[in-house]
Design a protein around this ligand. Structure first.
Ligand SMILES: [Ca+2]
Ligand SMILES: [Ca+2]
Ligand SMILES: [Ca+2]
Ligand SMILES: [Ca+2]
Length: 292
């Protein structure tokens, strides 16, 4: 109980401090990943089921508002064939149902599909217009749909790459289980990340695998600031792979519902300094208990 209280207080403080950055009420800023997320190489992954359990506002696990086909968001992978994206973005990848195959690998954005490739400037313009004027870091939602039995886990890896006009990779961000900035598949296999049907933070366990149409995991890479690559001809692509798939197909979106965490900036204002001074020990307690 103490841990829950500490974690809630720490996040309430960090949300208060960071919320002034966001003018739009529709966008929920992600809480401090050092407390609330798990780190997978260059990315952080939040479980909305865990965030909802602890009562963080804006993280209703089964509320899919702002996500999915038919909304403003950009669909990277879907289980609905024939789906197209807004504003001429490349058509989404089609995921697989467990009856078809139990593994998946595809690349979105590289021009493999109709309406590609995805240009960095095109993606940035869309995010600035439809998400927020300062939205430079894409935030992804992963919606898993596995059967409610002993097969409800799956495994996943990913890599986002920026290429220059000549096709050279100029930046990349990896989502896998070894923190080395590289997507290793030596020996013919990736360093897979477990995507569990039942999530745990070490203190509580919560069912997250409740079918298709729920925002199970929210993922972003803090260093993926696309404004640094807003150069003519630069393209954005994502490799995505999964295994041990059953049930319905999984889905992946670039979402307007959440914004990347913005660390609070200390000012000379006494009230802010007091909040930060109060918050630091709480962050430490939360981390220590989480890891211990
Ligand atoms: Ca789901
Ligand atoms: Ca599935
Ligand atoms: Ca499975
Ligand atoms: Ca790695």
């Amino acid at each position: 109980m103490k841990t829950i209280l500490f974690r809630y207080m720490a996040t309430a403080i960090s949300v208060i401090l960071s919320s002034v950055t966001f003018a739009s009420a529709a966008v929920t800023p992600l809480p401090d990943p050092n407390i609330w997320a798990r780190e997978y190489d260059d990315f952080y992954s939040y479980s909305t089921a865990i965030l909802e359990y602890y009562g963080l506002p804006g993280f209703s696990h089964q509320d899919n508002t702002g996500a999915g086909v038919g909304n403003l968001d950009i669909v990277v992978m879907t289980n609905s064939s024939g789906t197209s994206n807004p504003d001429g973005f490349e058509d989404p990848m089609l995921s697989v149902s467990g009856g078809t195959s139990n593994s998946f690998e595809g690349i979105w954005g590289a021009g493999v599909r109709d309406n590609g490739p995805v240009y960095v400037s095109q993606l940035l313009d869309y995010m600035h217009t439809n998400f927020a004027p300062d939205a430079n870091i894409p935030v992804f939602i992963f919606d898993m749909a596995e059967p409610g039995n002993s097969n409800q886990d799956l495994y996943v890896i990913g890599e986002v790459r920026i290429r220059d006009a000549q096709g050279n990779i100029v930046a990349n961000w990896v989502f896998d289980d070894v923190k080395d900035g590289a997507l290793d598949n030596s020996g013919g296999d990736y360093d897979w990340v477990l995507s569990p049907g039942i999530v745990s933070d070490g203190n509580v366990t919560v069912e997250t695998n409740l079918g298709s149409g729920s925002r199970d995991f929210v993922v972003y890479a803090p260093e993926m600031n696309l404004s640094l690559y807003d150069i003519e001809g630069y393209t954005f692509e994502g490799l995505f792979a999964m295994k041990e798939l059953e049930g319905k197909g999984e889905e992946l979106y670039i979402t307007s519902a959440f914004a990347a965490y913005v660390p609070p900036v200390a000012t000379a204002e006494p009230a802010s300094l007091l909040l930060i001074a109060t918050g630091l020990p709480l962050f430490w307690v939360g981390l220590r208990r989480k890891n211990g």
